[in-house]
Design a protein. Sequence first.
Length: 710
Amino acid sequence: MAMRRVRGLFFGVGLSALVSCGGAAVQTPPEQADERVDVAAPAPTPTAAAAPPKDTALEPPQKVDSLLRLVPRDAVLVANVPPPEKALAAMDPGLRAGLLSELAGGLSGKLGLDPTLVADLMKSFEGAVVFAGPATPDGPPEPMDRFCYAARMSDGALVTKALDALGAEKRERGVFVVRSPKGLEVLHGAWIEGPRVLAACLQKEHLRDAFEVGHGRAPSAEGSALLVKERASDPFIAVDLHGMGAGTKSPPEPGSRLFVALVGQPQGLGLDVRFSGYGPDFPALGSVLDAAPQVVMPKLPDGALAAIGLSTQRSSGKTVEDVLEVVLGRSTSPGSAQRLLKRGLGDIGIELADFEKALGGEVVVGLYRDPKRPFSFDDASDDPAKDMAALVVIATKDADAQKKSFSSFHVGVKPDKKDTLRGNTFTRDTGDGSILHIEMRPGFAVIGLGNKKVALDAVRRFGKDTNTLATNPAFLTARAKEKAASHALLFFDPALARLIADPTSGAKPGTRVGGGSMLSLVLFPSDRGLELTATGDGAAELLGIGAALAVNSVRRYTASAKAVEARSTVSMIARAAVAAYEREQADAKPGTHRLCKSATPVPSVVPRDTTYLPSGKPGQDFEQGDTTSGWRCLQVSLVQPIRYQYEYRAGGNYKGPKRGGPDPGKDGFEVSAEGDLDGDGKTSLFTMTGKIQNGTVVLSTQMFLSDQLE
C-alpha cells in the first residue's frame, strides 16, 4: 500500500487527468511483497554532517523545451496529459467541478497526503507525459514495470513538500530515490528546477534513458511513427501494440498500433481514433465490407437515447459467407461460415440463398426509454433495462426473398402459446413486460424488443411519425460534420443521456449541449488485419455523461455494499425481538409472553459519512436496558464499528410510516437502521416490523427501504 502511495505522487495526478480526459486508465504496477515502502516510517536521511550521496550515473538535462523530448523514440506507450481544467474546458461546468473534486479527493486518499496539499499540487500541474519503454532481455517483462512520468509543475516548493512528506531520499542535481524498508531502491526521480520538471521512473535504467534523450544523445518520440504530429499538443494516448505484446504467446504483428486523441474545437472536444491491428486475431473486415451511406438512421423515430448504424454492404464479389469467414478468424477451417449460417438459419427455416438476396446494406439499432419513467440512481432496485427497448431496422433489397424468408421463419420457428402471427407480423409476449415483435414492410424488417410499451410504440412510429432523427437539431448538426458514408455511425442524444446520468439536470431532449454527439467509423481494405479510423465531435459530452454515470455507479456499488450491514443487522435484531417474546420473563406469570419495551437508539445521532464504535461499558449503547426493556431485554450487543443508527421501537411512534413504510400498530414493533453514507444530510432508512397475531409474532416478509443509497 505504501509503495503505491509513493508511486501515486508521480503517476496519480497525470494518470487521473488522462482518465478524466477519456484516455485509457494506466494502472500502476502491483506491489512486491519485499519492496514495500513505509511512508509513515521513511528510510533514514543523511545527517547534517554527512554530504548527500552523489549519483554520477544520473545527470538530468537542465533544459526541457518539450516533455516529449524526454521520451525515447522506441517507447511502446506515450500519453500526453494536459491540466484537467484545460482538457475539460468544454465540459459542463457543474460536471467539471464535480469530477475535479472527485479526482482531488481520490488522490488525497490514495497518496495519504493532506487534501489541501493535493489540491495545491493539482493547481500547480501544467501538463505531463506518461511513457513506457520497450522490453529488453534483462529488463522487467511487464510494461507496467517500465513506466516513467514527466510533469511540469509551476510551484517547486509544493513538489519539495510532497517529496518530504513521502520520505524521498534526496541527492545532488535534484535527483531523489525512494527505498524500501530493506534498503532496495524502488523509485527513481529528479526535480529539475530550471524547467520546473518532475521526472520519475520505476527503474533507474529507464530514467537514465530519458535523461539521455533529454540531452540529445538519443532520439526522442517527437519523430516516432507512433505519434500523430498534428495532435502533439492534444490529450492523447499512443500504444505500440506489437511492442506492448512482446514476450507474449501471440503478440500482434509489427505495425499494430492504437492512437486516441481528444481534439479541441470551438464548441467542444472532438475525438480522433486510429487503429491498426495485424495478425490472426484481427478480422480484415475492410476487405469484405464497403461503407454505407447511413440513410436509414435518420428515419428512426425521434427520442432515441442512442442509435447505431452498421454497414452490411458487401464488397464487390463478396457474400455474407465471406463476411462471416472473416469474423470467425483465419484459424477456422474452410467452409465453417457456410455450415454455421446454414445451421443457424436452418433452425428457423430460412434458406441461406434467400437471406443473401433479402439482406440490404444497412442495419440500424435505436435505443429508447419510457420518458415517463425517469431512472433513479438512488434506488438500487430500479433496473434501467426494464423501461427500455431496442428498435432494430434491417434494410432489405429483394421483396420476394424477404417475403419467402419471413414465411419460412414463422413456419420454422417452434410454436409457443405466447406467439401471435398476423399477416406480416410476428409477436412473442414473454409475459414479464417484455416483447419480441417483428414486422415485414416494403424495404425493411422492423423489430422491437424489450419493454412492451416502448418497443411497440417505436415500431408503430417508424416510417409513420414525422418526428424523426432527421428533425432532431442535435442529430442534424452532428451528422453534417461526419463522413457521408461509413461502416458504423453512432449517435447519442446528449440531453437524453444527461437526463439518465443526472435526472435533476433539466436537459431537454433534442437540444444541443456543448459539443457534438456523433462518432463515425471507417474501415480500410486491408488483408493484413483490421485498420480503421473513428472521428467525432461528442467527446466532451461523452466524458461528462460517462463521468456522471461512473461516479453514480461507483457510489451505488459502494453504498450497496455498505447497506449489507444495515440489512443483516436489522434482520438479526428483528429475530432477537421474536426470540425475546417467546421467552418466559422472570417477572411475569408462567406462560406469559410480551414484547420488549423500546430501546435507546445507538448511536444517539445518525452517523454522517463516518462509522461509530459502540461502547461496551455497562449502561452505555447496547448495554442499556433491563430484563423487560431495551437492548438487554433483546439480548443484542454490537461491538464492531457501525455506519447506521439502530433503533427498536415497540407500541408506536414508528419511523417507517412517515416515509411510506408499514405500521405494525400498538401490538407490534419496528427495527430500524438509519444512515447518511454520503454525508449530505439526507438519510436512508431500513425497517423490519413484527406484530402479535393469535399469541405469536409474525415478522414482515420484506424489509422496507427508503433512499437506501443515501
